[in-house]
Design a binder for this molecule. Structure first.
Ligand code: SF4
Length: 475
């Protein structure tokens, strides 16, 4: 077993010699976990998908970096407000921005929003979010159909019975005529009720258990299994069926496989993980991940990060969104800012080392050894400095986004953490000599003191970046 190997060969002798530790670790790690979760399953091997072109510069699929998306909350027919918010979301890092197209006024506004953005030099892929009347709006407003880069269709909200397929078919044909991709966005809050009834009926006859076993074991099952699934399991299968049946309908209507993205969003973390693990095995379409209705900022970011982090770590997910409920009140409070959902997605992707956006700052939480709030202030200032400089740095210093900076509060972990970073500073803790050693590439290079530590460290950081990442410097 892996733990025995580590203890006999991988750890220092003083640990290996202690047989009680071996027993302790063996008890702690159930063998079943190791058997069911071999190492290669928990690494980031990306699930292979088709590649979907959204615009000349934006593709979604396993051969491309994971894409952050977001959505406006302005009334789409309020053109100025919508343009301002699309721009803010895009500048924060949202590669595409979705807008609600709920009525004729909204559909009419889309080309105007697109034009206003283009006139300011912003070529931003706009995604139209349609429910109930997408077939009517896209048909009646061809300029809207043309201006949008992608259509999101919720198969639970395109009509019932025969109308469902007709309406869906209409949207897909317009997408094909305009060469636009679609996202089939299933949401458990608006799951196709006809389909759910059909599935509950099948389940009562034991007809879903074999399919469920095939998906959960990732293999064909030949024997009949006539057990009833629980309600959640039926729901997962129904969500997947709704997405894949719609994809099949879209392809029958003429849309090619590489024009389809799929999502099956749920609002409970465990459900989301379960349903995405299953649909990841059932198709090759790129997957749009998101915990729907994730909640207010802190709760929503934590729940979304936990759910999306697990799936992304397993290689599942090609584009992500965090559906946060922004706070109200002071517009300068970051928790009230719509762009928070974009920055949270970027932080998640960077923490997982899947996509790099900007230099990362490691800083300690501070404790009773911290002599003042100076190091907190410095960590905050360095983060702000990075945000302010990043647009410029991106052009001048390719690769700077992978830089690791440490800002630490005392000698306990300060020098060690600073040495592990590309550049780090360790501020003096309580009862320590009032000096701040700076480490570059693991070596102590200078020691700062006095009132201007922050300014001097920023200068050292700028010089380091210039030397390490400038296009004109030989490395
Ligand atoms: S580095 Fe020092 S100040 Fe920071 S948390 Fe650790 S012990 Fe406390």
């Amino acid at each position: 077993m892996a733990i025995q190997f580590l203890l006999s060969d991988g750890l220092p002798r003083r640990f290996a010699a202690r047989s009680d530790i071996k027993v302790y670790f063996q008890d702690l790690v159930p063998e079943r976990y190791l058997e069911e979760m071999p190492y290669d399953k928990i690494t980031q091997v990306r699930r292979q998908t088709t590649q979907v072109k959204i615009s000349d510069n934006l593709y979604i699929g396993s051969e491309h970096p994971i894409v952050v998306q977001s959505m406006t909350n302005t009334a789409t027919d309020n053109i100025d407000a919508s343009v301002a918010q699309v721009k803010a979301l895009y500048l924060a890092g949202s590669a595409a921005v979705r807008l609600t197209v709920k009525d004729e006024a909204g559909a009419k506004a889309i080309p105007q929003i697109d034009q206003a953005l283009k006139s300011e030099g912003f070529n931003i892929p706009l995604v139209g979010d349609f429910h109930y009347n997408g077939h009517l709006l896209l048909d009646k407003f061809p300029a809207c159909a043309q201006a949008l880069a992608k259509y999101r269709i919720n198969p639970g909200n395109v009509g019932y019975g025969e109308k469902h397929d007709y309406n869906f078919d209409t949207i897909v044909k317009i997408a094909k005529a305009n060469d636009k991709p679609i996202r089939i966005g299933v949401n458990w809050g608006s799951l196709d009720q006809d389909l759910l009834t059909e599935f509950m009926d099948l389940n009562s006859k034991g007809k879903l258990s074999r399919k469920f076993k095939e998906l959960t074991t990732n293999s064909f099952v030949f024997e009949e299994i006539n057990q009833e699934l629980n309600y959640k399991e039926v729901m997962y299968l129904c969500m997947i069926e709704s997405a894949l049946r719609s994809a099949e309908l879209a392809m029958q209507a003429g849309l090619s496989e590489d024009r389809i993205i799929v999502s099956t969003k749920m609002s409970e973390l465990q459900d989301l993980i379960n349903v995405y693990r299953l649909i990841a095995r059932a198709c090759k379409f790129p997957l749009h991940l998101g915990l729907t209705e994730a909640g207010t900022p802190i709760k929503g970011m934590i729940a979304s990060s936990a759910a999306l982090g697990i799936l992304l770590q397993e290689g599942i997910g090609d584009t992500i969104r965090m559906s946060l409920t922004p706070g109200v009140g002071d517009p300068l409070n970051p928790l009230n800012d719509r762009t928070l959902e974009v920055r949270a997605c970027q932080e998640l992707l960077q923490a997982l080392e899947l996509v790099y956006y900007k230099p990362s700052v490691t800083s300690c939480p501070g404790c009773g050894r911290t002599s003042s709030t100076y190091f907190q202030l410095l960590a905050q200032e360095i983060n702000e400095y990075i945000l302010l400089s990043m647009n410029d740095w991106k052009l001048k210093y390719p690769g700077v986004e992978k830089l690791k900076i440490a800002v630490m509060g005392c000698i306990v972990n300060g020098p060690g953490e600073s040495k592990h970073a590309d550049i780090g500073i360790s501020l003096p803790g309580d009862n320590e000599e009032p000096v701040a050693p700076v480490y570059i590439n693991g070596e102590l290079t200078q020691t700062l003191r006095g009132e201007n530590i922050s300014k001097e460290f920023k200068n050292i950081l700028s010089e380091f970046i210039e030397n390490k990442f400038s296009r004109y410097v030989r490395h």
